[in-house]
Design a protein around this ligand. Structure first.
Ligand code: SF4
Length: 468
């Protein structure tokens, strides 16, 4: 079987045949970091990771990006892969902000006060589980301890089911100017199957509040590969969300990881899991409809209007990738706050405790709540550059990257480049003496190409989601 040839106005072709899907649909990292977070170790050397914060203040250091993980949700969506705490206990919000205040104090005291915050993000969980006054208190704490740039990109993940006009006003007052709205699918049958009831009226209301309050960018998150979805039903979902006129869309592949998220097992027991072929058909239809509507394919699962910063960065070759996905901010060190959040400096990654009690205990003892992390070797950093170039630029210019990382790429990585024979034969990449390029056909397989340069990856690994 050959899937319908999707030759859109953008020239992207998604006519992958079933053999190619089966061949490359293996579990693999999403490369929001390299090495991937699954390779972080439980360090005896937490001190080394803490010292990296002080080293990060070196002259010429980059700006700051802050991430706040707000983990609470009122109900459990069965597909969810996020680290959440499901509760209806309202006091949990203020207790959590108390602990965040401790973590902000401990972290900010190690960071040079002149460094400016250029990016801020509230993720979850459901950030608006926090009532408006607690959001305001958190915003105040951030502004008291950090120098936030007037043009800081401040994004918030929004669940329209848990949003009020007062939440939106509180978020605007503390500087939030970008929102991503979790929609997933507008089909009521699918919503029932995933335990997330969300009528389209709620989405319309949320967008209207956000636009009226002056949010500069509103994006919509969808998921394909959910129970009961078909390519036809997903096309209707796309049509409906396009009426919201989002600036960006993320069209994520459902990640089935029941060994991490046991709630997902319900889909197995009901035989509701989609096949890779069905998922690709859904992605193909989404790609066709979004590009036909004028959105630009940024990479993997992101789409943006041509005048959006992400699309401009892609055209200029200045796109970056971090734990929130694609980004325009170069060279920023990321400081994560809250349970499970990840931080990165140029030479380290570190992750907070995933459990609320452990995270809280460390803070009460006056310690940074580091559970695990990694000190990168020079070779890790070289490979990170190669992998991020593939993920963001879809190409490697050997001479340019060689200058950047200080080794002759064509020579030092000859085995990795030679390992692309099968991908080239299948039309996924094109190699020349001066570089390699991922073809439009290979767009959905960027992770597979990047994996060939990943020294930490072993094909039998099952801890990641499928690449398609
Ligand atoms: S999908 Fe969002 S709202 Fe649902 S459980 Fe996960 S984090 Fe909470």
């Amino acid at each position: 079987m050959i899937l319908p040839h999707e030759n859109s106005s953008s020239g992207i072709e998604l006519a992958l045949d079933l053999g190619i899907i089966r061949k490359y649909s293996i579990a693999g990292p999403r490369y929001t970091s390299y090495p991937p977070a699954t390779k972080f170790t439980f360090p005896g050397e937490a001190r080394e990771l803490e010292d990296a914060i002080l080293d990060d203040n070196r002259p010429g250091c980059g700006p700051l990006s802050l991430y706040f993980h707000l983990p609470f949700c009122e109900t459990q969506c069965w597909y969810c892969g996020c680290n959440t705490v499901v509760t209806r206990r309202r006091e949990a919000a203020s207790e959590y902000v108390d602990d965040l205040a401790r973590e902000i104090g401990l972290t900010a005291s190690r960071i040079a006060s002149a460094r400016q915050v250029r990016q801020l993000h509230f993720g979850g969980g459901t950030p608006t589980f926090l009532p408006p006054d607690e959001l305001a208190r958190l915003g105040l704490l951030i502004h008291e301890h950090f120098s936030v740039h007037p043009e800081c990109e401040f994004g918030v993940e929004i669940d329209p089911r848990r949003l009020t006009a007062e939440h939106v006003q509180a978020l605007r007052v503390i500087g939030a100017n970008r929102a991503s709205i979790g929609v997933q699918d507008t089909n009521p049958e699918v919503q029932k199957a995933i335990h997330r009831w969300q009528p389209q009226e709620l989405n319309i209301q949320a967008v209207s509040w956000l636009r009226d309050a002056g949010f500069q960018s509103v994006s919509v998150d969808l998921i394909y590969g959910l129970p009961l979805q078909t390519a036809e039903s997903f096309a209707r979902t796309i049509d409906e969300v396009l009426t919201l006129s989002p600036d960006r869309l993320s069209v994520f592949s459902y990640a089935h990881v029941p060994w991490i998220r046991p709630a997902q097992r319900i889909f197995e027991s009901r035989s509701q899991l989609c096949t890779p072929e069905e998922k690709l058909a859904m992605f193909a239809v989404a790609h066709r409809l979004l590009t036909a509507a004028g959105y630009v394919d940024i990479g993997l699962d992101h789409f943006a209007r041509p005048d959006d910063e992400l699309a401009i960065a892609q055209r200029n070759g200045t796109l970056h990738r971090n734990f929130q996905g694609y980004s325009t901010e170069a060279g920023a060190s990321l400081y994560g706050f809250g349970v499970t959040s990840i931080s990165s400096t140029p030479t380290t990654y570190r992750q907070n405790f995933k459990g609320l009690p452990e995270w809280r205990r460390a803070l009460a003892a006056g310690r940074l709540p580091i559970e695990r992390g990694l000190v990168l070797s020079d070779e890790d950093r070289r490979r990170r550059t190669l992998i991020m170039k593939i993920m963001c630029d879809r190409q490697l210019d050997y001479a340019a990257v060689s200058r950047q990382i200080g080794v002759d790429v064509a020579h030092a990585y000859a085995p990795e480049i030679a390992s692309l024979d099968d991908l080239e034969a299948d039309g996924i990449v094109v190699r020349t003496a001066s570089g390699l390029t991922v073809t439009p056909r290979g767009g959905p397989l960027l992770r597979v190409v990047a994996m060939r340069f990943d020294a930490t990856f072993s094909p039998g690994e099952t801890r990641h989601s499928q690449t398609l």
